[in-house]
Each structure stands twice: as structure tokens, then as C-alpha cells.
Design a binder for this molecule. Structure first.
Ligand code: NAP
Length: 596
């Protein structure tokens, strides 16, 4: 006979395949919203947390459940809000030629309300009726169907991300699925106390709401990393609660394995993601922190964690060992991320996204909750796919990213950079003369554009150039900025038309014909060393070939390197001129000079 575990595994694998097909259809310009959307959906761990917080298991379980509810609801509210903010920046429905129909999608909210009313009636019937047992069975069955509908809505939501046209509508469906799953869970038969659930939901809702509404788009990467850490913490706390609850009565091999995986993956993702957020926020050094024998130490630590976990599966009563594993996994997550720095952080975030999904799915196995298995699998697949895509974009292997300490600057390289030659600078006024005779300009935005919030200035300048009959194209590198699709989101915010945005593969053949490559706060993604210098840490990463343009103008504040910490030989190219200063201010001056 098929066991619950086997059914769970079937669901996990099939959801992974489904996720693969849905997520491979998401275009690169929606990769950042995809990350925050999967992040919000993986907040479904909330439903397991609600039960633990509201059931009368023990004081410890209630406390851990409350913390998990707070973390998960922060992710749900923050994730959906920030995804919506990003998607709103893309074109409006009318611009896609989609007419508004009389039907208001908000009416769909009536669906969960209707189902909640049904559940309330059902519970009322159970209280008043004689056949309480059959009513309870009916309630549990109704909850399962709720979850099935929610899972379908999540998948439709992710499918909507295959085009900016339907993305917001899709996310509305996913949010609807979340409301249904949460509302249905509130009627779970094991929930007897709503006090800590209410406090947790309110706290998480307020924190998540503030994060979702107020965080600037430039800080989206660190917010995403922070949400991964919160989601993973929730999974880990529930794992600890389940272990403590069941250890006295005995844990079978399957239960111990799933709890162990949940706690280990959750804990290492928690500290790893916190480190990633700290690095991206600039609270910790962005360059890799390395020491002799680091990889061997990390692998030994991981082997110790796995070995201890296997031992625990056969001797689950060893409580001290269980907590030792938790501590070691926390330490491993921290040590895993410190040697990774520089240009590899996007891959790390996506990989941690995938680990977060696995922690979530493990929680689904522990609680035997199918919807959590589905969303965990979707989240895991999405993160894994995105990390593979990014590795491909940087021409690196995942092993090299994780264990290569990429971006560590060697002293000789710094010395070599000083001997590269002379740098020419230009003023906005001088630049206007150059613009008099050009016919085509390729704009190359990078992280500096995001920092300076210069996207609106870029868009205004492009419009002005277009009115002068100059052909303007934007070159978008897959890892420009700090998130996949980061530049697309910012340019969409500034109403730049899609048809002017070109991917790296599309734009590179145009550079030799371009009169000016206008580089705005981009650095690593333009560094010719990635093509020419075998000793450069960037070697092998495909770049935007701005060095092939007839002339190159770079807007940045200094000659300082970018995220990878590698000097850019482009600035010493005789065709290159530097317009030093904050990108927004430089663009304003250039715009004013061109106008006058
Ligand atoms: P970058 O190499 O990090 O360079 C950004 C440049 O912007 C800096 O050199 C800086 O120079 C300049 N800048 C900063 N503030 C500025 C301001 N206010 N005005 C003008 N310029 C300013 O950026 P990138 O070329 O976009 O490359 C992205 C890098 O980040 C890659 O190495 C990529 O692998 C990595 N990364 C990408 C992602 C992703 O998914 N997209 C995520 C994490 C990391 P000054 O200080 O001289 O001004």
C-alpha cells in the first residue's frame, strides 16, 4: 500500500517538474519579481506555523510557533507587496492593448469569503449536531480541498509571470490562494488558542508591510536575502518544536529524517542568507573572507553534520546531539557564505532561495502537509534554475562559485592595474559637442545607476536623443546590478519602452556600429579583462562588448572597482572618456547642457 511518505515524494517530484516548465518560461526581465513572488508563496510555511502556535502542545511549541508565524507572515505580506510594486512598474494593461472589462478581479476575493462562511457554518453544525465525529472528518476533508485549490492558484500565479501582461493578475491569484490557505487553516481542528497567532500575524503583517511598501528598489536584493533567512528560520523552529514534541514518545526513522533535514537545511539557510543580506547591505565586507584549508574545513563540517544526522535517525532520543546539529548547521551556513563574495552573490541568493524551498518542503514532510511540499518544491526549483542561469551568464560552474573564493584581489593585480595607462575625462558641456554628430547610442546601465537613482534621468536623456533622430538602445547584462533582472525593473519604473531593451546576446553585435556606448554606473559587466586576461577573476564571464563601440563614455564617481573588486582596463582605452560624478547629477548636467 502507498504510504503518506511515498505520496509526498510523488508530489514533490511532480511539482518540481511542473515548476521547471512554468519557471523556464519566465523571461529574464521578470526574474527579480519571480524571486520575490516565490519568496512570498513559500511563506505558506505559515500554515504549519499557525497550527503549532495555536495548538496546545507545550509552552515551548507555542513560543516557537509564534516566532515562526511572525517570520512567515512577514514574508507573505512583504513578498506579495514588493512583487506588486515591481510589476506595477511594467506597462499598464491598456498599453498592452488589454481592455478593461466590467469584471473587477477583486470580486475574486468573494471566493475565499464564501468558503470561510461555509466552514463557519460547518463548525456551527458540528457544535449543534450529534454526529460530531463525521463533521470533524468533513472539516478535515474540506481543508484538504482548500489546499488543492490554493496550490492550483499558486501555479497559475507563477505561470502569469511568463509575461508582464499577465504578471499582476497572476500574482493576484497567488495571493488569493494564500488567503484561502491561511483562512482555511485557522479552522484546523488542533488550533485551540488564537492569542499568539493573532500577535504573530499582526507583527509579521506590520513588519512585512513596512518592508514591502517602503524598501527602495535598490535594496531589493538584500530584502530577498533577508526573507530567505526568515523563511528558513521559521522552518527550523517548527522542526525543533516537532522534535521536542515527539522525542519522548518516540520518533520513527522517516520522521526523524525529515525533521533532521528540515532543521539542518533551515538553519544553514538562515545564517547563510543573513550573511548574504549583510554583504549586500554593506554591513559586512563584500570581498571573500578566506583562510588556509577553508574548503577542507567546510567539507569536514558538512560531513560531520550529515554523519551526526544519520546517527540521530537510528538514535533519535539523543537530544543533546540534535541541538549540536542545529548549532553546527548554523555555523556551516555562516562559513559557507563568507568565502563567497564579489560577483557571485546573485548566484548565492538564488541558491539560498532553493535551499529555503527545500527546508519548506521538508517541513511539509514533517507535518505531512501536501501544499507545503508543493510550494517548497516550486521554490526550490525556481531558485535552482535561476542559479544555473546566472552561472551560465557568468560562465562559471556552481562548484567554482561555492568554493572558488572568486573576486579575491591579489596584490599583484592591484599593482598591474596602476600600470594600465592614462585616463581621459570629459565634462557634460564637451560631451554635448560629441552628441552633435552621433547617430546611434547604446546605453549600458549598471549598479551605479541604481545607487544614484538615475533611471529617470537616463530615460529623459534617451527621449531627448531620440527626438534628435538618434537611435537609442539599452544593453542589459543578465547580472548587471545586484539581482537578476534588476535593471529591467528600474528602467520599467522610468517608463523605458521594452523594445529599446536588448539582452547581451542581442546587443553585442550592435556595438561596433554604435557611435557612443554610454556606460552609466556599470563596471564589471563591461570589463574587457573578462575576455582578454586569463589571470583576471572575471575571466570567462560574458560581457557587454562596449570596447568595440566607436567611443565610450563612462559615468561614475571614480576609478574604483565594482562589485568584483577588479580594476577595469576599459577606462584606460584611448576611445574611453570618463564623466566623473554621481550618475544622476552628471545626467542632469548633461541634459541641461544638451537642452541649452
Ligand atoms: P559594478 O561592477 O558593481 O559597478 C558599479 C559601479 O557603479 C561602481 O564601480 C561604482 O563606481 C559605480 N557607482 C556607484 N555609485 C554610483 C553613483 N552614485 N553614481 C555613479 N556611479 C556609481 O556593477 P555592474 O557593472 O552592474 O555589475 C554588477 C556586479 O554585481 C557583477 O559583478 C555581478 O556579478 C554582481 N552582482 C550581480 C547581481 C545580479 O543578480 N544582478 C547580484 C549581486 C552581485 P564609483 O564608486 O567609482 O562611482
Amino acid at each position: 500500500m502507498t504510504t503518506e511518505l511515498e505520496i509526498g515524494l510523488y508530489i514533490f517530484i511532480l511539482a518540481g517538474f511542473l515548476g521547471y516548465h512554468v519557471i523556464t518560461r519566465v523571461p529574464p526581465l521578470l526574474h527579480t519579481p519571480l524571486m520575490s513572488a516565490t519568496n512570498a508563496i513559500s511563506g505558506i510555511s505559515l500554515i504549519g506555523s499557525l497550527v503549532v502556535a495555536g495548538a496546545n502542545y507545550s509552552r515551548l511549541s507555542t513560543t516557537l510557533g509564534f516566532l515562526a508565524v511572525t517570520c512567515s507572515s512577514t514574508n507573505v505580506v512583504g513578498g506579495f507587496l514588493i512583487t506588486d510594486r515591481m510589476l506595477k512598474m511594467f506597462k499598464k494593461r491598456e498599453e498592452f492593448g488589454i481592455q478593461h472589462r466590467r469584471f473587477n478581479p477583486k470580486l475574486l476575493l468573494a471566493l475565499p469569503v464564501l468558503i470561510i462562511v461555509l466552514l463557519v457554518l460547518m463548525h456551527g453544525f458540528r457544535r449543534s449536531g450529534n454526529d460530531a465525529e463525521s463533521s470533524a472528518v468533513f472539516a478535515a476533508a474540506a481543508l484538504r480541498y482548500f489546499y488543492i485549490v490554493s496550490a492550483v492558484l499558486f501555479i497559475l500565479g507563477l505561470k502569469g509571470l511568463s509575461s508582464p501582461k499577465y504578471a499582476r493578475k497572476g500574482m493576484l491569484l497567488a495571493a488569493l490562494g494564500m488567503v484561502m490557505a491561511i483562512a482555511g487553516t485557522l479552522f484546523h481542528p488542533e488550533i485551540v488558542n488564537y492569542r499568539w497567532i493573532t500577535v504573530g500575524l499582526l507583527t509579521g503583517g506590520i513588519v512585512g508591510g513596512a518592508m514591502g511598501l517602503r524598501i527602495p528598489m535598490t535594496a531589493v536584493p538584500q530584502r530577498t536575502a533577508l526573507s530567505h533567512s526568515l523563511g528558513a528560520l521559521a522552518a527550523s523552529l517548527i522542526g525543533i518544536s516537532e522534535y521536542v514534541r515527539h522525542v519522548a514518545v518516540g520518533l520513527d526513522h522517516v520522521k526523524m529524517t525529515t525533521i533532521g533535514l528540515e532543521v539542518v537545511i533551515g538553519s544553514l539557510t538562515f545564517t547563510g542568507s543573513l550573511m548574504a543580506a549583510g554583504k549586500l547591505q554593506g554591513l559586512l565586507p563584500g570581498s571573500p573572507i578566506t583562510y588556509r584549508g577553508q574548503n577542507i574545513f567546510n567539507i569536514t563540517l558538512l560531513a560531520t553534520v550529515v554523519g551526526t544526522l544519520i546517527y540521530l535517525v537510528f538514535a533519535p532520543a539523543a537530544i543533546t546531539l540534535f541541538f549540536v546539529i542545529v548549532g553546527l548547521a548554523l555555523l556551516f551556513g555562516f562559513l559557507l557564505v563568507i568565502p563567497i563574495g564579489a560577483a557571485d552573490m546573485p548566484v548565492v541568493i538564488a541558491l539560498l532561495n532553493s535551499y529555503g524551498g527545500l527546508a519548506d518542503a521538508s517541513m511539509g514532510f514533517v507535518l505531512m502537509n501536501k501544499i507545503q511540499i508543493i510550494t517548497g518544491s516550486l521554490d526550490g526549483t525556481s531558485g535552482f534554475l535561476l542559479s544555473l542561469l546566472m552561472c551560465r551568464a557568468m560562465n562559471r560552474s556552481a562548484m567554482n562559485v561555492l568554493f572558488g573564493a572568486f573576486g579575491k584581489i591579489k596584490k599583484e593585480e592591484v599593482g598591474a592595474a596602476e600600470a594600465m595607462g592614462t585616463v581621459r575625462s570629459i565634462t557634460p558641456e564637451e560631451l554635448t559637442v560629441l552628441f552633435d554628430s552621433v547617430r546611434s547610442v547604446i546605453i549600458v546601465p549598471g549598479y551605479g545607476m541604481a545607487v544614484a537613482q538615475a533611471q529617470h534621468g537616463v530615460s529623459e536623456l534617451a527621449k531627448l536623443l531620440s527626438t534628435r533622430g538618434i537611435d537609442v538602445k539599452y544593453a542589459i547584462h543578465p547580472v548587471a546590478g545586484r539581482m537578476p533582472g534588476h535593471m529591467n525593473v528600474l528602467l520599467a519604473e522610468a517608463n523605458v519602452p521594452y523594445d529599446q531593451l536588448y539582452t547581451m546576446e542581442q546587443i553585442n553585435p550592435y556595438f561596433p556600429e554604435a557611435d557612443i556606448a554610454l556606460v552609466i554606473g556599470a563596471n564589471d559587466v563591461t570589463n574587457p579583462a573578462a575576455k582578454n586576461n586569463r589571470n583576471s577573476p572575471l575571466y570567462g564571464m560574458p560581457i557587454l562588448e562596449v570596447d568595440r563601440a566607436k567611443s565610450i563614455i563612462v559615468l561614475k564617481r571614480s576609478l574604483r572597482p565594482g562589485f568584483a573588486g577588479v580594476d577595469n582596463e576599459l577606462y584606460y582605452d584611448p576611445k574611453c572618456m570618463m564623466l566623473f560624478g554621481d550618475a544622476k547629477e552628471s545626467l542632469n548636467s548633461l541634459f541641461a547642457a544638451l537642452k541649452s
